[in-house]
Design a protein around this ligand. Structure first.
Ligand SMILES: C[S@@+](CC[C@H](N)C(=O)[O-])C[C@H]1O[C@@H](n2cnc3c(N)ncnc32)[C@H](O)[C@@H]1O
Length: 315
C-alpha cells in the first residue's frame, strides 16, 4: 500500500492534479526530465493514469477518476515521490524533437539541445543544399555516436529524407530500445544500430555528419546530481578524464571517419571548460540555443585534419 492515498473528497481530474501538484511541491522533487514544474508534471502523470491526452478539455477536468485509476495514481506517485523515478520512466515515453520515443532505465531520457540544431539541418555549419548539388547519387551519411534511445539518429533521419544513419552504442539493452524507436518511426530502412565500444567495431566508412551526445559527467558531478538522475544508467552519464574520455576519442577518430566537407557536433555539457583548457589553441565553435542548453561544439573537416596531431596527444 502506498503512502499517498488520495483523500476521499478529491475526486475530479482537476482536483487530483492540484492535489498531486501540492504533494510534489511539498516533497521537493527535481523537475528536469521532460517538464520543469510541479503542475505540468502532475498533469502529465495524472493524464497517463486516466488514459487521457495531456491537453485536457475543461470537460475532461470534471471527470471523476475510477477506483482503478485512483489506485494507479497512488502507485505512480509512490514511484515518483518516494523512489524519485522521473516521469518518462514511469510512463515509458519521452518527447524529443516533437517525436515520441519509448524509453526505459537502460537509456537516458532524451533532452539534448542538439535537437534544435537538427531542426535547422545543422545550418549554417553544414551546407546541405551545397551537399545535395554535389552528391546527386548517394545518401547523406550520418553517424550518431553513443545513440542511447536513438533519439538523435531518428531526428536526423526525419529531417534529412535521403540520409542513412548509423546509431552506435556499447549497450545491447540501449540498442534494443533504439530498435523499438526506429521501427516505431518506420525508419528501419535508413537507421541501423551498431553495437560498438566507440569506433572499435564500427566498419571504416566516411560520414558527412558525426553527431554525438556521449557520456560527459564527472564523478563529483554525478555525486551531486538530484536523485532523479540516479534512475538513469550511469553508463550514459559518467566519463573519466574530467568528463572528456569519450569526446577525446571522437575528436581523434573523426580524422578517419569524417568526409571531406563534413562536420563533427559533440555535446560535452559542463565539461566544455575542461575541453577548452585541454586544447587552448583550438577554436571550437560553441553553439548557442534559443531553447536552452549549452556545451555543444562544432568542428569542420578542415579543423579535424588541422588539429589531428594535437588530439592524438591528449590521453
Ligand atoms: C548521454 S547518453 C546519450 C544518449 C542519446 N544520444 C541521447 O542524446 O539521449 C550516452 C550513451 O553512450 C553510451 N555509451 C557509453 N559508453 C560507450 C562506449 N564506450 N561506446 C559507445 N557508446 C557508449 C551509453 O550507453 C549511452 O546510451
Amino acid at each position: 500500500m502506498s503512502s499517498y492515498c488520495i483523500p476521499p473528497q478529491v475526486t475530479s481530474l482537476r482536483e487530483v492534479i492540484l492535489w498531486a501538484e501540492a504533494l510534489f511541491k511539498k516533497n521537493n522533487l527535481y523537475f528536469g526530465h521532460g517538464t520543469d514544474n510541479a503542475l505540468d508534471e502532475a498533469a502529465y502523470l495524472i493524464s497517463y493514469c486516466a488514459e487521457k491526452p495531456v491537453d485536457f478539455t475543461d470537460d475532461d477536468l470534471l471527470d471523476v477518476l475510477t477506483a482503478s485509476q485512483r489506485k494507479k495514481v497512488e502507485e505512480v506517485l509512490y514511484q515518483r515521490i518516494t523512489n524519485k523515478v522521473p516521469v518518462a520512466y514511469i510512463t515509458g515515453k519521452a518527447y524529443f524533437f516533437g517525436l515520441e520515443f519509448n524509453v526505459n532505465q537502460n537509456v537516458l531520457i532524451p533532452r539534448s539541445p542538439i535537437a534544435e540544431l537538427v531542426g535547422e539541418q545543422f545550418s549554417p555549419w553544414f551546407d546541405y543544399t551545397g551537399w545535395l548539388n554535389n552528391n546527386k547519387n548517394r545518401a547523406l551519411s550520418i553517424l550518431d555516436m553513443c545513440s542511447g534511445s536513438g533519439c538523435i539518429a531518428i531526428a536526423c533521419a526525419t529531417v534529412f529524407e535521403n540520409a542513412e544513419v548509423d546509431a552506435v552504442d556499447i549497450s545491447e539493452q540501449a540498442l534494443k530500445v533504439a530498435n523499438i524507436n526506429i521501427n516505431k518511426h518506420h525508419l528501419a530502412n535508413r537507421v541501423k544500430v551498431v553495437q560498438s565500444d566507440m569506433f572499435t567495431d564500427l566498419p571504416q566508412k566516411k560520414y558527412d555528419i558525426i553527431v554525438s551526445n556521449p557520456p560527459y559527467v564527472t564523478q563529483s558531478e554525478i555525486d551531486s546530481l538530484p536523485d532523479e538522475y540516479h534512475s538513469e544508467p550511469e553508463l550514459g552519464l559518467y566519463a573519466a578524464n574530467n568528463g572528456l574520455q569519450f569526446a577525446i576519442i571522437i575528436l581523434q577518430q573523426a580524422f578517419y571517419y569524417l568526409a571531406d566537407n563534413g562536420i563533427v557536433v559533440v555535446e560535452v555539457g559542463n565539461s566544455a571548460q575542461a575541453l577548452q583548457a585541454l586544447f587552448p589553441e583550438i577554436p571550437f565553435t560553441w553553439l548557442e540555443f534559443e531553447m536552452g542548453g549549452d556545451g555543444v561544439f562544432v568542428l569542420d573537416a578542415a579543423q579535424i585534419r588541422q588539429y589531428h596531431a594535437q588530439f592524438l596527444k591528449a590521453i
